[in-house]
Design a protein around this ligand. Structure first.
Ligand code: SAM
Ligand code: DTB
Ligand code: SF4
Length: 339
């Protein structure tokens, strides 16, 4: 996004997004991904399972715990987000957590069996002095032997390098929806802003965690375009969180119709097929899903979940419940970091 300052206020000029398969060497065409989404469910699941077991042990699920290290008061207007200052959702704005409290939370996550710890901040973009503080938090998490992930909004090249220098393994920055649908959901930044940050993360040598949200009223073609966009990144992300919209009262998307659960499962399966080596994470939205649906997501190739009673500001299933679910399904948590 470019900003032009006039006498009154800055005018933001959005750059028109390119279609998800615009690059001449694009691996995937939106039409191919749409055709996958439209397969008979049994056929789609079979294909997803074949791909899944080529690269992973299909009985193993990664557990990643989230912590909101800086909550609320975000200047962005993402239509799904309870932390935007534009919407009245009851989320109170807080300050950046200190290192001791973060360490405690990371220790508890490790003791409960998580191997990845993801710290989220409700920023449009961090300031350089925020990066210094977050670098300290990253060092705390790394000293416990956990994989560290951060999601802090847009990053400059230098900020990405500083986080890499502190030992950060993954940076989460979601594309969230299809390029063509982005302007319906967010007006305070454009798609290219997201792609630029992903480039900075890659250039710094970190692994990329990038996915999206389904159930925001998008069409199947738009879901196909989101997956195509992710799968055509060069290289595609190592982690792909697929969130179902958590409909939070006060946000513009609060009254969106709930997505057909089978359509959600299809999206997971197509993410698995198009990004064979990625950790596909069954992310936000599990609290609204019954256990049979979650099981179907694992069968479709999901091999990671957010683990712990809270996502950032909304709820997630209890740890005991998740442990019982994995046990009933004969699945096991990924242990220490063997790759
Ligand atoms: N502010 C940073 C940013 O937007 O990149 C990091 C935090 S932001 C909360 C991280 C991601 O959470 C968003 O990109 C979106 O995918 C997800 N998210 C936020 N609200 C959600 C909701 N209500 N339902 C599902 N996912 C949501
Ligand atoms: C991601 O894809 N989903 C997570 C994490 N990355 C940062 C966030 C989900 C947030 C759900 C709404 C909330 O709890 O505020
Ligand atoms: Fe801010 Fe991130 Fe929420 Fe958007 S998704 S309002 S950038 S915290």
């Amino acid at each position: 996004m470019t900003e032009v300052t006039t006498a009154e206020q800055p005018v933001r000029l959005h750059r028109a997004p390119k279609p998800a398969d615009a690059a001449p060497n694009a691996r995937w065409k939106v039409s191919d991904v749409e055709a996958l989404l439209a397969l008979p469910l049994t056929e789609l699941m079979h294909r997803a399972q074949l791909v899944h077991r080529e690269h992973f042990d299909p009985t193993e699920v990664e557990l990643a715990t989230l912590l909101s290290i800086k909550t609320g008061g975000c200047p962005e207007d993402c239509g799904y987000c309870p932390q935007s200052v534009h919407y009245d959702t009851g989320v109170e704005a807080g300050k950046l957590m200190d290192a001791g409290a973060v360490r405690e939370a990371a220790e508890a996550a490790k003791a409960a069996g998580a191997t990845r710890f993801c710290m989220g901040a409700a920023w449009r973009e961090p300031k350089d002095r925020d990066i210094e503080k977050v670098a300290e938090l990253v060092r705390e998490v790394k000293s416990l032997g956990l994989e560290a992930c951060c999601t802090l909004g847009m990053l400059s090249e230098g900020q990405a390098q500083a986080l890499k220098g502190a030992g950060l393994d993954y940076y989460n920055h979601n594309l969230d929806t299809a390029p063509e649908a982005y302007g319906r959901i967010i007006t305070t930044r454009d798609y290219q802003d997201r792609l630029d940050t992903l480039d900075h993360v890659r250039a710094a040598g970190m692994s990329v965690c990038c996915g999206g949200i389904v159930g925001m009223g998008e069409s199947r073609a738009e879901r196909a375009a989101l997956i195509t966009q992710l799968a055509n990144l060069e290289p595609y992300p190592e982690s792909v969180p697929i969130n179902e919209l958590v409909r939070v009262e006060g946000t513009p998307l609060a009254d969106t119709d709930k997505i057909d659960p089978f359509e959600f499962v299809r999206t997971i399966a197509v993410a698995r097929i198009t990004m064979p080596k990625a950790r596909v994470r069954l992310s936000a939205g599990r609290q609204q899903m019954d256990e049979a649906l979650q099981a179907l997501c694992f069968v479709a190739g999901a091999n990671s979940i957010f683990y712990g009673e809270k996502l950032l500001t909304t709820g997630n299933p209890e740890v005991e419940r998740d442990r019982a679910l994995l046990s009933r399904l004969g699945l096991r948590a990924r242990h220490a970091l063997q790759g």
